[in-house]
Structures are given as C-alpha cells and as structure tokens.
Design a protein around this ligand. Structure first.
Ligand code: UD1
Length: 436
C-alpha cells in the first residue's frame, strides 16, 4: 500500500487517480456481462517478448494500470508498445537494449520482477530493483533468485538491486521449489527457454497463467514438456522468435462478477470465461447455495436470497485462489451462519477486514484464519481500499449494504479491473465513479 502523501503526490502527477466509487446498495443484479483478458497472464507474456527481437500482436489484453506499468517498464529497455484498439497491444522489441529495472516502477508492481529472467537470458546480466513489501506482508523473491542461481547466474544484492550475471550464458539446471510460486516458475521458464541444456522445475506452479505463458513460449519456439503439471521440463533452444496470441480470460475478474451475483441474490451470466479455470471457486459458490450453469465459455449463477455459510482455504491452483479470498469474505459476511476463511498463501492478507467491519460485518482474525459470523444486513459507510482484491471486496459488500457506500483509493482497483463499476451498473447496480 502506498502511504497517503505519496498517493496524493502521484495523483497530482496524474499517475494515479483519487477517484472514488459510490454505491447505493440493495439492487439484485441481473443480466449478462463479459469478462476481460487476464492481467496475470498478460504481465509475464509481455516480459517474454523481451526474449526475441521483433513485433508481437497480443489480443484480449485488458486495459489496466498494471499492464500500462509493465509497458512502461518495457519502455526502459527501448521497447515500444501501442494500443491500436482498446484490447490489442502491439509490442516492438527490435530496438531493445539492456538497462536497469528501476525501483520507482518495481515498487509499484511486484510483477516487474518478471523482467529478470528474460534480461539474463538475452544479455547475460540484469539489474532489477527488489520490490520491497506490500500491503499484506513481505512477499520475498528468494525463489526467483535461487532459480536463477540454479541456471548458473551469480547474484548479489547491491543498494536494493538484484545484480545478476551469467557471463558465459545460462545453462540448464534442476530446480525443486519448497513453495509453489507463480512468479518464480514463470521467471525460470523464461530464463530456461534459451539456456544451454535441460532444466527441470519440480513443484512448479500449475496456475492457468503459467500454462498460458508456457504455451506462449512454445509458440515462440521454446521446447517445454509437462505444461499444466507441477513438473516442467525445458529443453533450451538457441533462439526464439516473436509470436502473436490472445490472452486467456481473467478467472479472478470472472469470479468477482459471479460473487456480485451471489451476494445480491442475483441471476447473472458471465461470458468470455474458461470455466475449467474456475473449478474451486464454482464449487464454493455452489456450496454457498448458488446454482450454476456452465458452457465452454460462460457461467450463469442464480443465487438464493442469502448465502449459506461455508469454509474456504486458499491453496495453490487448482485449489481456491488467494486472489478470491477477500471477495468471498464479503459474500460470507452476509451468510446465514458462521464461516471460516484460511489463507495459506498470504498469512496476513486481511487488510479488508477492518473496512468490512465498518460496514457492519462480524469478523475475527486469528493468525491466518478469519472467523466470519454472517449478519443479516450491512450498512453503507465510507471505506478505504487497501489493495486490489480488497477494493473489489468492498465494492461487493457495498452492493448489499443498505444506503450509500463510498470506496476511496480505487486506484488499487484500477490496477486489475477494467471499469468494474461500469460492468456492475450494466447488471442493474446503482454505482458510479466520482472524481472528488
Ligand atoms: C501471483 C499473482 C498474485 C497471486 C499470487 C498467488 C501475478 C502477477 N500475481 O503473485 O495475484 O496472489 O500469485 O496466487 O501473477 N514466495 C516466496 N519466495 C519467492 C516467491 C514467493 O516465499 O521468491 C511465497 C509468497 O510469499 C507466497 C507464495 O510463495 O506465500 C506464493 O507466491 P507467488 O505464487 O510467487 O505469488 P506471485 O507470483 O508474487
């Protein structure tokens, strides 16, 4: 989370907005709404474009602050990007050069660390700022560093920067993660694609965004086996070439829109999704009393008046995603009984709890467990978004809270949702963006 002064300065500089979202709660949502492309799949794919000079056309790219930040990061390396249409991004890496990934950019978006692997692969050296902490804890990058070392890189930390060198190029290695990490798996995949020899990654992340990255690398000419499984094998190739690709649907946006239906007793169909990526989320929505109908690209959710209480534990994919934890906390805060939510990925990702309590939720946190006693109704109040998914949770809670809920600091929301308020309004919510 950015400190207040810094956020206000950035707002003045035009890099973030101080917009608020105002919601009049109590409307039952109904209708059909389209889900956009995945932010967390787009970010590593953009970094992967650094691996081969040329032009790339990416489609179904969400128009989000985080994507703009990554494009800005690529600009540091002489890479140009343009959006001929809202959801198409053209990347040109022909004039790419090595440079530093500066603190100013990396601190605003951890995923900037994705440039480490491609830079090492292309230039044999990289200088990337350490990201530092974030709203809900330290979020280390030790696994990224260990992975690069296993591929032969020498790494030191110098004045807050990761300085990595592989003067004779990267070579294949065996990596076994203690913890499944999305970012470290993606970074190592990119670094290993052109390393000499074979790399194996055990306990690799299986998230759909990593599968999408691996498939993108395949289309660039990489050789990767075991895609979608926890054991990835990369046979390094001398060169890659540019490729074009559509981004996969954003499973977290889809899940958030489904919770919007569930929390308002609604009937909403979300289109442009891949229901196979949503297994754990759909199971929990059903357990909470909603009925679901899925096709290859849609999910329709019809909700009861009030959700049933359930227990949720976040796990690496295919388990329940930590990025849906806050939204489910909002949902379960109005359930017909007591629920528990355990976050095993980020033990203190609970900054939304105090804000939900301002709306009347009854939640007690002990360690990494939240005990949520469902209440009959919430009541609108001014609340403050503290991070991306917390913002979504507060807006969801506002949809059922009586009266008006005003969510401030929605620049967090804009990092990862493309006009969520407009999508909710199209389903009948009374919600608007206000520029104070
Ligand atoms: C990605 C997602 C983020 C999501 C998270 C977990 C992107 C851009 N972001 O973040 O939205 O919440 O996956 O699904 O895709 N860890 C270490 N050392 C490391 C790296 C991670 O200990 O070097 C730990 C983390 O603290 C965490 C766990 O590993 O407990 C998983 O984190 P990871 O999968 O790496 O998250 P990100 O890739 O940062």
């Amino acid at each position: 989370m950015k400190p207040n002064i810094e956020a206000e300065r950035d707002a003045k500089a035009g890099t973030i907005t101080m917009d608020e979202i105002w919601i009049q709660g109590g409307r039952r949502l109904q209708g059909r709404v389209a889900c956009g492309g995945s932010k967390n799949a787009t970010l590593p794919v953009l970094a992967a474009a650094m691996l081969a000079p040329g032009r790339y056309t990416l489609t179904n790219v969400p128009d989000l602050m985080d994507v703009a930040t990554m494009a800005k990061m690529l600009g540091q390396f002489g890479i140009t990007s343009e959006r001929p249409e809202k959801n198409t991004l053209l990347i040109d890496t022909r004039n790419q050069r090595n440079a530093e990934a500066p603190y100013e950019l990396v601190k605003t978006m951890r995923a900037s660390i994705y440039v480490l692997g491609p830079l090492l692969a292309r230039y044999g050296e990289a200088r990337v700022s350490l990201p530092g902490g974030c709203a809900w804890g330290p979020r280390p990058v030790d696994l990224h560093i260990k992975g690069m070392e296993a591929l032969g890189a020498e790494i030191e930390i110098d004045h807050g920067y990761i300085v990595a060198r592989a003067p004779h190029g990267l070579r294949g290695g065996a990596i076994s993660f203690d913890i499944s990490s999305v970012g470290a798996t993606g970074n190592i995949l990119m670094a290993a694609a052109t390393a000499a020899g074979r790399t194996t990654i055990e306990n690799a992340a299986c998230e759909p965004e990593i599968e999408a990255l691996a498939r993108f690398l395949l289309s660039m000419g990489a050789e990767i086996e075991g895609i979608g499984t926890p054991r990835l094998v990369v046979n390094g190739v001398p060169d890659l070439h540019p490729a074009d690709a559509p981004m996969i649907p954003d499973r977290i946006e889809a899940g958030t829109l489904l919770v919007a239906s569930a929390i308002t007793g609604g009937d909403v169909e979300v289109t442009g999704v891949d229901p196979t990526h949503l297994g754990a989320v759909l199971n929990k929505l059903e357990a909470a009393g909603s009925s679901l109908e899925t096709s290859d690209t849609t999910v329709r959710l019809r909700a009861p008046e009030r959700p049933e209480p359930i227990n949720v534990t976040t796990k690496p994919y295919p388990g329940f995603p930590t990025d849906m934890q806050a939204q489910f906390m909002a949902l379960l805060s109005v359930a017909k009984g007591a629920s528990t939510i355990v976050d095993t990925i980020y033990h203190d990702r609970f900054t939304h709890v105090a804000e939900l309590e301002r709306l009347g939720a009854d939640i007690r946190v002990e360690g990494n467990t939240a005990f949520v006693q469902g209440v009959e109704g919430l009541s609108g109040a001014p609340v403050m978004a503290t991070d991306l998914r917390a913002s979504a949770a507060l807006i969801l809670a506002g949809l059922v809270a009586g009266g008006e809920t005003r969510v401030s600091r929605v620049y967090h929301l804009d990092r990862g949702y493309e006009r969520l308020e407009a999508k909710l309004a199209s389903l009948g919510a009374v919600v608007r963006r206000v520029r104070p």
